[in-house]
Design a protein around this ligand. Structure first.
Ligand SMILES: [Zn+2]
Length: 305
């Protein structure tokens, strides 16, 4: 059992029209929740790590948690750097055993993005590490990566970008958004742009900012003291459509944070006599695991490990 390169899994995902989940983690509990779900449903998953998560937990701890937890469960897993912007962090991750990295040059102009991505691709491929790049911009805030604009990916530019950089997968902007406050009105994903990109680009396509922000989770959190107003996400039916039209990887972070937060509030409120963190966190693991299992089923990646 090991940390594995995602390429062969994506090849199958393209053929069989399903998508692989990336779930972001930053501590033992989130890793256990994600990998328990993967084990239960026999699904390949991607453990995503942001630069902020590395600063929080430490790179060596992150790697140990991913390796040891997947070993204990006897499953393969992909360890992936999400939104890599710091070249030193990207290279450290590659050298220390990550099997996939994202180089995020989406804030740069087209040519600068190509230049940075190409440089990372050349470096990563020497280590047999998979590289996701991004073209276009998503609104919102992902662990400190903030953008207040929404720039849809241009399909023709996507084709040129992939040819010039030789990246292994491409994150595209079709109207999703990072965080829990995704939309002011209804979600309006540009599936026509996705279809166009899918025709022109052969590598796996990735959807970020795709948490669903489930109403039930929000209502429960608010019932137990949270103040989450006007939060909105991408519906399960939109996620299914995205997969049908050619997305092979969908990222989830906010939904796991919300599940964690809701569970901690609920347990503290309903069982005020309990103060053992292991009890409180075990409940939170179960709630996060439920979200992971649900996403895996929505994206149809059961029995892919
Ligand atoms: Zn993202």
């Amino acid at each position: 059992m090991a940390l594995v390169n995602p390429k062969k899994y994506f090849d199958v995902a393209i053929k069989k029209k399903y998508a692989i989940s990336q779930f972001n983690f930053y501590n033992l509990e989130s890793a256990i929740a994600i990998l328990n779900a993967a084990k239960k449903l026999n699904s390949i998953v991607i453990l995503g790590v942001t630069e902020k998560a590395i600063k929080y937990a430490g790179l060596d701890n992150i790697i140990s948690i991913a390796k040891n937890t997947s070993n204990n469960l006897k499953i393969n897993v992909i360890l992936h750097l999400d939104h890599g912007r710091d070249e030193k962090i990207i290279k450290d991750c590659i050298k220390k055993g990550f099997t996939s990295v994202m180089v995020d040059g989406s804030h740069l102009n087209f040519n600068e993005n190509i230049k940075l991505t190409k440089k990372i691709v050349n470096y990563a491929h020497k280590y047999n590490v998979f590289v996701e790049a991004e073209l276009g911009q998503l609104k919102g805030n992902e662990d400190g990566i903030v953008s207040d604009v929404n720039k849809y990916t241009n399909p023709l530019q996507a084709k040129i970008f992939v040819e010039k950089t030789n990246c292994d997968s491409l994150a595209i902007a079709i109207g999703t958004s990072h965080g829990a406050y995704k939309f002011t009105g209804n979600a309006n994903l540009k599936f026509d742009i996705l279809k166009e990109i899918r025709k022109l680009v052969k590598i796996p396509l990735v959807l970020h900012g795709a948490s669903s922000v489930y109403k039930e989770t929000i209502d429960t959190a608010n019932k137990y003291g949270a103040k989450l107003k006007d939060v909105k996400g991408v519906s399960d039916s939109d996620l299914k459509k995205a997969v049908l039209f050619g997305i092979q990887k969908i990222n989830t972070d906010t939904d796991l944070r919300l599940a964690f937060n809701t569970s901690i509030r609920k347990t503290a409120s309903l069982k005020p006599e309990i103060f053992d963190p292991r009890y409180i966190l075990s409940e939170a693991i179960l709630e996060m695991q439920k979200i992971c299992e649900h996403k895996i089923k929505i994206l149809k990646s059961q029995n892919t490990i």
